[in-house]
Design a binder for this molecule. Structure first.
Ligand SMILES: *Cc1c(COP(=O)(O)O)cnc(C)c1O
Length: 362
């Protein structure tokens, strides 16, 4: 089949490079090294290359497939696996990743065994849960026991500790949480009798500590994806001024396949939509609407798409259609016109994965 034109995703690597440089400059100035996290764009190796070139000390992903693709693409930065390895992938984790975040003792023993078989040293960072309630050791006693184990397993190198905040429990990475992480590191240091090389703050949601300049001094590592790929959450949700960065590294373009004046309220008895929801529609009389040849299958969250023409209102979507209200637009949209969107994290994850979205680097 001929390669389709639309929907297409424009990826601006120059803008990404600028974003990466902004984050790296801020972090490095404060003695913080940055792992460039590529899972938000499905591990696009082109983005990983930009991160590595800009000075990220590791390329990071939760998925070994993505890290392996980076290796295959010849990226020489250290590969960091940021999801604690499954027992069943320990062999691959050691083969593909130089470093992994860890939250289980049995897994670490298996990593050690696999590293011995591969005659390699695998580096580990132990995760401490500080209340976000996703991965990480909870009880201090078990955490210290794991640290001692990591220190003594022959084929593991115990690099340091880290935490993750924001992803699940949406807990804020406050100065207090960061100080708690440092205290955990100090407890580990007392236990193993030496200073840890690395204390890893968290993800994009810990970046405000860098922006505010109040990250505790001992924290020297952060794992950033979104703030470089989109630079949008901290600006639009948290109110930080990131206008010096580009929020449009990723732009989705879709083609209009129908334009018509129609009622705003569906006619007939309302049941359930294609996704089992009962939609509600405000009656605004007859208005002009446009249909796009792109849908939920491609981006899942239509409410996280941002039309570049701000007079466009996204009314909703089904699997393969997006329905727009274009009544108030200055431009008179016609069939064949292209509509462009910026996006939040959700659509980025899905459109970069959709086989039917044509990805074009600009
Ligand atoms: C996803 C993830 C990150 C990066 O998150 P961003 O919001 O993209 O910066 C960092 N650390 C861990 C453990 C993650 O799962």
């Amino acid at each position: 089949m001929k390669k389709r034109l639309y929907p297409r995703l424009l990826v601006d690597l120059k803008k990404l490079e600028h974003n990466a440089e902004c984050v790296l400059k801020e972090c490095n100035r404060q003695g913080i090294r940055v792992a460039g996290v590529i899972k938000g764009c499905n591990g696009m190796t082109e983005c990983a290359e930009v991160f590595a070139r800009s000075g990220c000390t590791q390329i990071a992903s939760s998925r070994l497939e993505q890290l392996n693709a980076c290796r295959m693409a010849g990226i020489s930065a250290d590969m960091l696996l940021i999801r604690s390895p499954m027992l069943s992938e320990a062999e691959e984790a050691v083969r593909v990743a130089d470093i992994s975040l860890n939250s289980d003792i049995a897994v670490m023993k298996e990593l050690n065994r696999q590293a011995a078989l591969q005659n390699k040293i695998h580096k580990v960072i132990l995760m401490k849960d500080l209340g976000d309630l996703r991965e990480g050791f909870w009880e201090m006693e078990e955490f210290l026991e794991a640290a001692l184990l990591a220190e003594h397993l022959e084929y593991l190198e115990f690099m340091g500790i880290g935490t993750n905040l924001g992803c699940y429990g949406a807990i804020e990475a406050t100065v207090e949480k960061m100080e708690e992480l440092v205290r955990c590191a100090e407890a580990v240091e007392a236990k193993i009798g030496r200073r840890l090389e690395l204390i890893s703050a968290g993800n994009t949601f810990s970046y405000p500590r860098v922006l505010e300049g109040d990250m505790p001094e001992r924290i020297n590592h952060i794992r950033i994806g979104e703030a470089m790929l989109l630079a949008r959450d901290l600006q639009d949700l948290w109110g930080y001024d990131l206008s010096h960065m580009h929020q449009d590294v990723f732009r989705l373009q879709a083609e209009i396949l129908e334009v018509r004046d129609k009622p705003t309220q569906p006619i007939g008895k309302v049941l359930y939509d294609a996704f089992g929801q009962q939609p509600e529609h405000e009656d605004r009389g007859i208005r002009r609407r446009a249909l796009l040849g792109v849908g939920k299958v491609d981006y899942v969250y239509e409410d996280q798409l941002l039309p570049v023409d701000q007079d466009i209102q996204i009314l909703g979507a089904s699997s393969d259609h997006t329905i727009l209200d274009v009544e108030d637009c200055k431009h008179r949209y016609q069939v064949g016109d292209i509509v462009e969107f910026q996006m939040f994290y959700g659509p980025m994850v899905y459109v970069t994965k959709s086989k039917e979205v044509n990805i074009v680097f600009v």
